[in-house]
Design a binder for this molecule. Structure first.
Ligand code: G6P
Length: 281
């Protein structure tokens, strides 16, 4: 039987679930933010900055920030939205010998007054994290519980612990069209994306990817989203981030299932995106 226990991560209330094989995740109620994922072999799969505030005063740098209702500055509101800086509720947890899950929810009544005023819609977000063997499944649902449509964008802004950036590559993106941070659009004509410079790429497609690091091989699949975003800030941008130590950009890459362009959700409708990360080693 899977067990969910309340714990703390930094100063943040969090829930931890452990599967029968010893795999374990820790999710903060602040942001429904996945902060730690250890597979049954004890390996940590996520990166969290040593400099990030962990007291609810600011978005967390690392883990899996949950993005809603806008990606980055692609909308009129808060950069990357308010979901990652809001207080969520645990709505369910459970499992059996084969899997363990925890589910968190956020609706308009949970928001700080400033966010509710800036985004006056009735909604319910549901995030379900499920551990199953060496895989983590994330199911993300946006429900419009109001009487008028609203626009939204979403992402799971996952920071992977890659150990050594120079030994890291992503395969599966050959032939895919992307836009980079210079707003140049191109087709990737090589099989493996390496990280010898800053990358901030928005891919227009969602193929299955493989993340290869010195110590791990992870397969990444998504459904329901529209894009992959791949980000590593490189040395200069990393130095400008106060919540990241200068050399820490050498330890992570972000690979994010996303729906970058805000799209309308009709009253009473739901959108669901799923993301599966499987560890082959
Ligand atoms: O610093 P943050 O608001 O967390 O954003 C971090 C990064 O998120 C995404 O990956 C964007 O593509 C980047 O342009 C941005 O710098």
């Amino acid at each position: 039987m899977a067990v969910a226990t309340m714990t703390e991560y930094g100063a943040l209330p969090a829930v931890q679930i452990t599967a029968a094989d010893g795999a374990e995740i820790t999710v903060s109620l602040f942001g429904a933010h996945l902060l730690s994922w250890k597979t049954g072999d004890g390996k940590q799969r996520l990166f969290v900055s040593s400099q990030t505030p962990l007291d609810g005063s600011k978005a967390i740098r690392g883990g899996v920030p949950v993005i809603f209702p806008q990606f980055n500055v692609r909308g009129p509101g808060l950069r990357h939205g308010f979901a990652r800086v809001s207080q969520w509720r645990m709505s369910a947890s459970g499992g059996d010998g084969g899997h363990a899950y925890v589910e968190l929810q956020l609706n308009q009544h949970d928001l700080a007054a400033e966010h509710a005023a800036a985004w006056p819609h009735a909604f319910e977000l549901t995030l379900r994290y499920t551990l199953q063997g060496d895989a983590l499944d994330v199911r993300y649902t946006v429900h419009n519980s109001g009487t008028a449509e609203f626009p939204f964008g979403v992402a799971l802004h996952t920071y992977y612990d890659v150990g050594q950036l120079e030994a890291t590559s992503i395969s599966g993106l050959q032939g895919q069209c992307y836009t980079d941070h210079h707003l140049q659009t191109a087709t990737q004509d090589y099989p493996a994306l390496h990280f010898n410079q800053k990358h901030d790429r928005l891919y227009q497609s969602t193929p299955t990817l493989t993340l290869n690091t010195a110590n791990a091989t992870l397969h990444l699949e998504q459904q329901g989203f529209d894009n992959w975003v791949v980000w590593n800030p490189g040395q200069a941008d990393a130095a400008a981030l106060t919540d990241l130590a200068d050399e820490e950009y050498l330890r992570f890459v972000c690979i994010e299932p996303a729906r970058i362009d805000q799209q309308l959700l009709a009253a009473g409708s739901s959108w669901t995106g799923t993301h599966r990360i499987s560890c082959a080693s």
